[in-house]
Design a protein around this ligand. Sequence first.
Ligand code: CP
Length: 415
Amino acid sequence: MEIRHLTTIDDVSNEEILMMFDAADVMSQHKGKIKSKGRESLLDICAGYNMASLFFEPSTRTRLSFESAMHRLGGDVSSVTEAGSASVAKGETIADTAKIIGSYADVIVVRHPWEGAPKVIADYAGVPVINAGDGAHQHPTQTLTDLYTLRKEKGRIEGLTVALCGDLKYGRTVHSLAYALARFKANIVLISAQNLDMPDYIIKDLGFRYGCHQEEIVDVGQALKKINSHSQNAVRTSTIWVLSGLWGDFFKDLDEIPDIDAFYLTRVQKERFADIGITIEYPTFDGKLLEKIKADAIIMHPLPRVDELAYEIDGDPRSAYFRQAAYGVPVRMALISFLLSVGPFSDFKRTFQKPQFPRYKNRDNIRCGNPKCISMQESESQQITPEFEIVPSDSGSLLRCVYCEREIECQLLHA
Ligand code: CP
């Protein structure tokens, strides 16, 4: 059987996501100890399976919810919780590490600072690989949890208007979430902090791949009119409003907040800033701001929070972020079961094919220009060849790195 991975949110179809959510609904009922009497219960469907949990960056929610999910399914877990405790610290390549761990484990969960590292592990491990966050690229299991939260709290995803707020440049959760929301035909309001805009290549891609209508918004008053008029006219096309650098002003300049169903807040990802010197105006979402939003809107956050979310709003029923974090366990239980084809997925016929684009191999010594991409790391260069997809764009076609998925800024190795 074909091995399936979750290295980006594109690796699973909408239909598969919804099936996982149905399974998560059932699994969330089974939190306690195994109670089966000779009968296979949901909670021992992974008995005999081992999950390798490789975290080369800090994590509380993702690592522990994965490990808790595997334990609740009756499986075992082997963990690496620090880069320094694995043999990569002695100079072992990611590809070699993948081959070794793939011979010990049945499924691998990996978080790594290099963008595209989970894809390399998937290429070499021979077992399903799950991306638990790679640099500023994607965090697809957070996205599954976010979509599940929307479905649980709002009853649907399609047609909702979701504002992604704050650091949209380095926040990997909002990158994979934007793709998923567009695929599920939700409307997206991108309200970035100054200097922290959603990368252009993602915004263009959303328009091109999912036909989202896109509008640049120059001030918050215009945002109010446009978003409310869209919602009153019940427009079916998914729309993306881009409010570049306006997160600092959004609540300050508006008494009435547009018709937004969910605010997805992010912290400033200071650890990913190349130029530490910049100052960023970043509001704290507090009780005063909460008073301005719709009575049935929800506040989401992948957590951890720093200063952008005041503790005083935790008790408000619209503050969904702790429930969101808790949903991570049943969602990850369903994902592990799906990738291992066990329990509710044991008879599942896999028909989904990830969209494939023609490949452009490195015949002209072109490399991805992203210094955080795994294909740019000297230590990995003997096993990883830079490789690109030729993807259609407004201007004809462009090259996209298969590892970090950025459009390349061409960099010639040899003149
Ligand atoms: N949301 C999230 O990825 O949290 P952790 O960094 O704690 O895993």
